[in-house]
Design a protein around this ligand. Sequence first.
Ligand SMILES: *[C@@H]1O[C@H](CO)[C@@H](O)[C@H](O)[C@H]1NC(C)=O
Ligand SMILES: *[C@@H]1O[C@H](CO)[C@@H](O)[C@H](O)[C@H]1NC(C)=O
Ligand SMILES: *[C@@H]1O[C@H](CO)[C@@H](O)[C@H](O)[C@H]1NC(C)=O
Ligand SMILES: *[C@@H]1O[C@H](CO)[C@@H](O)[C@H](O)[C@H]1NC(C)=O
Ligand SMILES: *[C@@H]1O[C@H](CO)[C@@H](O)[C@H](O)[C@H]1NC(C)=O
Ligand SMILES: *[C@@H]1O[C@H](CO)[C@@H](O)[C@H](O)[C@H]1NC(C)=O
Ligand SMILES: *[C@@H]1O[C@H](CO)[C@@H](O)[C@H](O)[C@H]1NC(C)=O
Ligand SMILES: *[C@@H]1O[C@H](CO)[C@@H](O)[C@H](O)[C@H]1NC(C)=O
Ligand SMILES: *[C@@H]1O[C@H](CO)[C@@H](O)[C@H](O)[C@H]1NC(C)=O
Ligand SMILES: *[C@@H]1O[C@H](CO)[C@@H](O)[C@H](O)[C@H]1NC(C)=O
Ligand SMILES: *[C@@H]1O[C@H](CO)[C@@H](O)[C@H](O)[C@H]1NC(C)=O
Length: 857
Amino acid sequence: MGLTTHLGSRVLSLLNLSLFSLFFLVHSDSSSIDATVMLDLKQSLNNASSSLGWTDPDPCNWQYVNCSYDRRVTRIQIGNRNLTGFLPQNLGFLTALKSLNLSCNNLSGPLPSLDGLSSLQDLSLSNNSFSYIPADFFFNMTSLESLYLDNNPFSRWLLTDSIQAALNLRIFSANACNVTWIIPYNFGSHHRRLRILHLAFNDLQGGLPDSFMGSSIQSLKLNGQQSIYKLNGSIDVIQNMTQLTEIYLHSNNFMGTLPDISRLTRLKTFSVRDNNISGQVPASFVNLSSLKVVSLANNLLQGPTPKFNSNVTVDMNNGSNSFCLSDPGVACDPLVNTLLSIAESVGYPMVFAENWKGNDPCNAWFGLYCQNGNITAINFSNLHLTGTISANFSSITSLQILILANNNLAGSIPNDLTTLPNLIQVNVSNNQLSGTIPSFKSDVIVDTDGNPNVKKDSVPPLETYKSGSRYSIGVYVVLVIGCVCVFLFVGIMIYYLYWRKKKHSGDFHVIEAEHMVISIHVIRNATNNFGQENILGRGGFGTVYKGRLYDGTMIAVKRMESGVVSESGWDQFKTEIVVLSKVRHRHLVSLIGYCLDRNERLLVYEYMPQGTLSRHLFRWKEEGLKPLEWLKRLTIAVDVARGVEYLHGLADQSFIHRDLKPSNILLGDDMHAKVGDFGFVRLAPNGKSSVLTKLAGTFGYLAPEYAVTGKVTIKVDVFSFGVILMQLITGRKAVIELETEQDEFIGIVTWFHTIRMQKNTFHMAIDPTIDLDEEVLASINTVAELASQCCANKPSHRPDMSHTVNVLSGLVQHWKPSTSHCDEVFRSFGDVKSKDDSYIFPNERPQFTHITKNLDE
Ligand SMILES: *[C@@H]1O[C@H](CO)[C@@H](O)[C@H](O)[C@H]1NC(C)=O
Ligand SMILES: *[C@@H]1O[C@H](CO)[C@@H](O)[C@H](O)[C@H]1NC(C)=O
Ligand SMILES: *[C@@H]1O[C@H](CO)[C@@H](O)[C@H](O)[C@H]1NC(C)=O
Ligand SMILES: *[C@@H]1O[C@H](CO)[C@@H](O)[C@H](O)[C@H]1NC(C)=O
Ligand SMILES: *[C@@H]1O[C@H](CO)[C@@H](O)[C@H](O)[C@H]1NC(C)=O
Ligand SMILES: *[C@@H]1O[C@H](CO)[C@@H](O)[C@H](O)[C@H]1NC(C)=O
Ligand SMILES: *[C@@H]1O[C@H](CO)[C@@H](O)[C@H](O)[C@H]1NC(C)=O
Ligand SMILES: *[C@@H]1O[C@H](CO)[C@@H](O)[C@H](O)[C@H]1NC(C)=O
Ligand SMILES: *[C@@H]1O[C@H](CO)[C@@H](O)[C@H](O)[C@H]1NC(C)=O
Ligand SMILES: *[C@@H]1O[C@H](CO)[C@@H](O)[C@H](O)[C@H]1NC(C)=O
Ligand SMILES: *[C@@H]1O[C@H](CO)[C@@H](O)[C@H](O)[C@H]1NC(C)=O
């Protein structure tokens, strides 16, 4: 893994110890190691002997230094002593150190790795001139309770998951020290005791992580991020941060509405000035009796100016919000209230918040047209509105024309609209509305086109199909009968298999697969004695060769590295034989046989001519391939989902793959995919609860709970599958290099999550080789949503594979109206060597989807 070696070499180059001192450190007892380190520290601080009085040969006698009874150094308190100089690289060898305070000096140079300091509880390095904080800084600091890093000119650095190990963390203060990228999505979720989290004046972007919800943070300061995006998104999570006493969110790009803070009964200070918050100030703000300081200035707040108690300090700078009147507590005009309720039903979009000023909607408010002081027309078309159509439009009785076309409005068209006395025209076309069209008066022009789920109930549904189709009722009848037949056939087959399985029940052993043994001579012959020209690829286990059997069948042979057949390699070998001879599915690579011959351990698979998915996703250019089109990617995703679904549940036992990734997904000439490499598969215990295992799998694809605790459930595969979906969308590797000075890396999950929060930039994350049109974009968005669900932090929040199959196959169908339902049942049945490998019906028969779907309903 490139990442580890990269970090490793960095650590080594930083350590930079002379051989002698290394020798000394390795061969001394702990207290003399401490003494050596302390002398190095004294050396590297300028004038330590004079200004600190560190002259005694025994560091335990030095001022500001405390030792334990066994002469280990436990405390160093040299804050605010006008010190200059740097820290020695071996500081991390003080393994008994509990408290280190160096704050308020002018120390400089890079911070050494402190990853040996597993006893350290309090660390304060703030207000110095340190230039660099290493990526592995927090490794092993499991006892850490308070940490101050504020005001240091570090080069950009990331909050990494290594901080998760500090379970007792109470204080994390890192203001103004160049923390970059995002607050990790799970930050704080392990830190039940975290009280203070200060990350103000950094370089952060992205949103507030859900992990803040229900945390015990009392003081949260995130104000003044310097990045272009700043922190953004909604601030809703704070409604559940019931322990908060102060929260500073000012000078960012937060948007959405103010949440209900009635449960924050200890909150004293709330500062959200200089953001893009819209909507009305909830009553909970005015009613919260603990509140002392409120700062709301320079947002896009609407409705009446709130009237706070006189003992509350308010910085509201009224002119810079969009309140209807500047006098606190004075209600808005009823028409303004109506319009605000309409804005509420579409989430108070910025376009209204920015352009509806004052208390008179006829004074050039965006989207409204008036005659003689009455609103006669409303045009909210093409505003990307989401939400529903408010029934309160019906109280604008002067309204004649209502246009809401080309948005993403959902829900039904309110019946109340029919009561508008002056209505002439309603246009709600091209939204996502559903339900029936209310009965407007006959002279009203109603346009509801482009809403797939709106029922035009005047036309009987079968008629529409009939008129649009070249097929007669006779065809439908034949189809129904065909379906019934296939169901019957499948039923009989399932019964047969079940009966057969009962006969063969009992644990499976390698011995049972004896009929799969292939002689070494056959394999040597097929692969031209493992000829170089036949090598398909190499991995940690050994090499994979292409081969051709006597009868012309192409095979792939996995040859374990001879000599180094370790215990775990042998385990993987056995696992693979056991699993593969048990599970057979058209989307799992099938095992043809195996061979054990002295040192040789060989597995023989069906040959997949198009190679791995990673070849087509990441190396297409070098290999002279065409980039994958979106439909192909979708089809591959469905195939993989089906294979893994089968592993998880449809097979008679539940298996967990544990190493899903593009290089383990293989493609046939038809570009249909099969999941391969079952060396890490685990049998899930009955009931599918979690198993504790040694960590297997590949960095970047590991589910967080698995990486942290080693607990594995089928949801570990769902996570990896989510990563694969993200890769299909973005064409990126699982670990992404950020362009910081330290060449930081970040997992694709975190990266994807952040990009998606910035809705306007999401399209930039999409693989540039994908031809984007509206339909493709919609499809990608659905897959992106699914991918995020699959990569949820909590296993229980991730869907089952069957859900992913449903979503993805729905998309493929929608795309190229195709796969008949009957066919589907037949296929998921799991026959490997089906002759008909094409999913897609010929194009001239697209109506089938509709028909069969309809018959099912
Ligand atoms: C160290 O201290 C001496 C006297 O206390 C002073 O003359 C000298 O300038 C100091 N050196 C530094 C680098 O501060
Ligand atoms: C540390 O040593 C100083 C004397 O140098 C002493 O006054 C202080 O109480 C000690 N602190 C602890 C926590 O033992
Ligand atoms: C560190 O030392 C400085 C100066 O003595 C002091 O002001 C500060 O409170 C100390 N920090 C911690 C965390 O104890
Ligand atoms: C640090 O330097 C300032 C000014 O040079 C001086 O006033 C102060 O006493 C010094 N502090 C210590 C702890 O030596
Ligand atoms: C801190 O030290 C640096 C040199 O390492 C110097 O340029 C800077 O002026 C010093 N700052 C203060 C406040 O003494
Ligand atoms: C970190 O901790 C692990 C296990 O607790 C230990 O094996 C490793 O040596 C530690 N690293 C350092 C640098 O002390
Ligand atoms: C550290 O520096 C900041 C900014 O220069 C200052 O506001 C703060 O009071 C300092 N902290 C301490 C403990 O001196
Ligand atoms: C943050 O780090 C970058 C280099 O990584 C540097 O260019 C920039 O000046 C730093 N910013 C601050 C405020 O120290
Ligand atoms: C957050 O608070 C809302 C109500 O304010 C509640 O409905 C929701 O369940 C809470 N969520 C969590 C995770 O506590
Ligand atoms: C402010 O005054 C209100 C009523 O006048 C009272 O309920 C509340 O406790 C006071 N708040 C503070 C923080 O003093
Ligand atoms: C607005 O319309 C109402 C009737 O709908 C009418 O009575 C009123 O005069 C109109 N207002 C103006 C300013 O014309």
